[in-house]
Design a protein around this ligand. Structure first.
Ligand SMILES: [Zn+2]
Length: 287
């Protein structure tokens, strides 16, 4: 974190340098903006095809065909979920949290997209509804559904707790769920687990030290985040051992609740929709 007493003196023009206005790294005006009205119109008359209940401190996998929707819903009590997504036909193509953050910002909501890893880099899911969109940013700079946290994991816990062994961090939950779903060994499955979308989690960076913070999620039973599958998806969702993440994770101390996943088949896909092709870069890399 940035030192409060730096080793090096500021130059005479430090204030002028600091006063320069920021420039958005990736102006997204050139990206095709999803037409939410068209997506939402496709929900009329849809059929629920799958319901999965994710038990607290565990994860479950689910599949969503391209052109279908899925929802993650809070049931019973406040709970955050850690979401991994893969191309169901190629686990090497998976959610790219960092680039999604660079394109859409630190927290996602309706109209934002989840992008896949290089060399594919295409939308894999579009967020079509978010009942927590009223929250915006609070006075601390907190917001919900972040792509800044990675996932709670037993390795970081081991470092910070001087040797602790905890087995129900989201990283381990996702690993077990994927191993079970695809018949993989735990070490094989673990290589596919990646940085998540933190569904319902309320997070930000402290203004003074820039540290990652969490606070109690505002989620209430019935709240949901809804997605449209742009490609065939395999998902895994962990009900984080942190519960609503108001105090701590990587332990069994917090109250935890299940999360519900539902998959819906529309009568017809959104008008004019086509599953996006892999990225158009030719991959010659200058040779
Ligand atoms: Zn977690």
């Amino acid at each position: 974190m940035k030192p409060s007493h730096p080793d090096h003196a500021a130059p005479p023009d430090a204030n002028a340098r600091k006063a320069l206005a920021p420039v958005i790294c990736y102006p997204v005006e050139t990206l095709p903006r999803p037409d939410l009205a068209t997506y939402r119109a496709a929900r009329a008359g849809w059929t629920r095809t799958t319901t999965v209940l994710v038990p607290p401190r565990h994860a479950r996998c689910f599949t969503v065909p391209a052109g279908h929707f899925f929802r993650i819903t809070s049931v019973d009590g406040p709970q955050v979920g850690d979401l991994n997504l893969w191309n169901a036909n190629n686990l090497a193509e998976r959610f790219y949290s960092g680039k999604t953050r660079a394109l859409h910002g630190t927290h996602l909501s309706s109209g934002d997209r989840m992008w896949t890893s290089h060399p594919h880099l295409r939308p894999m899911a579009t967020i079509t509804d978010d009942t927590l969109d009223w929250y915006g940013f609070d006075a601390f700079g907190g917001a919900v559904h972040d792509v800044i946290g990675t996932r709670c994991d037993p390795y970081t816990h081991n470092l910070l707790s001087h040797g602790g062994q905890y087995h129900h961090c989201c990283h381990s939950n996702l690993t077990r769920a994927l191993a079970h779903e695809r018949g993989l060994s735990l070490p094989e499955a673990e290589t596919h687990v990646h940085d998540v979308l933190n569904v319902f989690m309320c997070t930000g960076f402290t203004r003074d030290t820039g540290q990652y913070f969490m606070k109690a999620s505002p989620v209430r039973p019935g709240d949901y985040l809804e997605f449209f599958a742009e490609i065939d998806l395999l998902g895994a969702l962990s009900a984080c051992p942190g519960g609503d993440c108001s105090s701590e994770h990587s332990s069994d101390a917090a109250a935890c609740y299940p999360l519900q996943i539902e998959v819906f088949a529309p009568v017809a896909p959104p008008q004019g929709w086509m599953s996006p092709a892999p990225n158009g870069y030719d991959r010659s890399h200058g040779l």
